[in-house]
Ligand binder design. Structure first.
Ligand SMILES: NC(=O)c1ccc[n+]([C@@H]2O[C@H](COP(=O)([O-])OP(=O)(O)OC[C@H]3O[C@@H](n4cnc5c(N)ncnc54)[C@H](O)[C@@H]3O)[C@@H](O)[C@H]2O)c1
Length: 259
């Protein structure tokens, strides 16, 4: 029997790269996303692995949909080995001007969504751990949780809250053998960032851009760390948020002076 991962936001960017990596490593992947069209495109891209890939449409901001989708998973599998929460949204605007609906969307998808998914997945992860199998939760936070930026206050708040949930959930789950960690990427080359790369539309917000390592991350750079967190080498890591940012927040780089 192959190991099984449920991945939210699996139709694009980091989630899609993670699905590809896990399928390539022989895992079965349950790919969850709000976008039916993008899931269909992902199924096409990953068609080599069709026998180990299941796609399910779900809005992680909806408690009813999350409950339903995990009931579907439970009807097919008695255990899963990993929950990886990549579904997320970025909405920009100053905290003074952001509409309430936008603020709520950001928190409902980025913070409440992973909590709902983790709550629903634990009854499938705990029996895996009890049987001596891998049982891991990986949540996609952001360096915005550690070093927020103007114009991205709601996003930064949602990711900081997610990192705090990671810590508490990890300790609450420690006795059951389920390890819980978050990853905090800097700028990653995905559709989320493409959508906010036009300065004319982003107000004061700017993506962090190339790191001290001289480039932005590719989705695979993050998928590699997720893969590490699913492995035996990560057996003593829980409750932490791991930056994967090429040194972006290690030290402030002052802008070049005009002369
Ligand atoms: N790209 C970056 O620079 C970057 C940096 C730090 C953190 N992150 C985080 O990494 C995660 C993945 O981001 P990405 O860059 O791959 O973004 P992306 O936009 O490429 O992919 C996000 C996926 O989430 C799905 N999604 C959005 N709302 C959803 C909902 N309510 N329910 C279910 N699915 C939903 C989208 O349809 C999409 O397929 C996000 O949580 C993001 O905040 C990204």
């Amino acid at each position: 029997m192959t190991a099984i991962a449920a991945i939210t936001g699996a139709a694009s960017g980091i989630g899609l790269a993670t699905a590809r990596r896990l399928l390539g490593e022989g895992w079965t992947v349950i790919a969850i996303d709000i976008s039916e069209n993008q899931l269909a495109a992902a199924r096409e891209t990953l068609s080599n692995y069709a026998d180990r890939l299941v796609t399910l449409v779900c809005d992680v901001a909806s408690p009813a949909q999350v409950e339903l989708v995990f009931a579907q998973i439970k009807s097919r599998h008695s255990t899963i080995n990993a929950l990886i929460c990549c579904a997320g949204v970025l909405r920009l605007g100053s905290l003074e001007s952001m509409p309430v609906e936008e603020f709520d969307l950001v928190f409902n998808v980025n913070t409440r969504g992973p909590w709902l998914c983790a709550r629903a997945a634990l009854p499938l992860l705990k029996p895996a751990a009890a049987a001596g199998q891998v049982a891991r939760i990986v949540l996609l936070s952001s360096i915005a949780a550690l070093r927020p930026k103007i114009g991205g206050g709601a996003y930064a708040g949602s990711k900081a809250a997610l990192s705090q949930l990671t810590r508490v959930l990890a300790v609450e789950c420690a006795g059951s053998g389920v390890l819980v960690n978050a990853i905090a990427p800097g700028t990653v080359d995905t559709p989320m960032i493409h959508a906010v790369s036009n300065p004319a539309q982003t107000g004061q917000y700017r993506p962090s851009g190339a790191s001290p390592l001289g480039r932005v991350a590719m989705p695979d750079d993050v998928a590699s760390v997720i893969w590490f967190l699913l492995g035996d080498d990560a057996r003593y890591i829980t409750g932490t948020t791991i930056p994967v940012d090429g040194g972006t927040i290690a030290a402030f780089v002052p802008p070049a002076s005009g002369g």
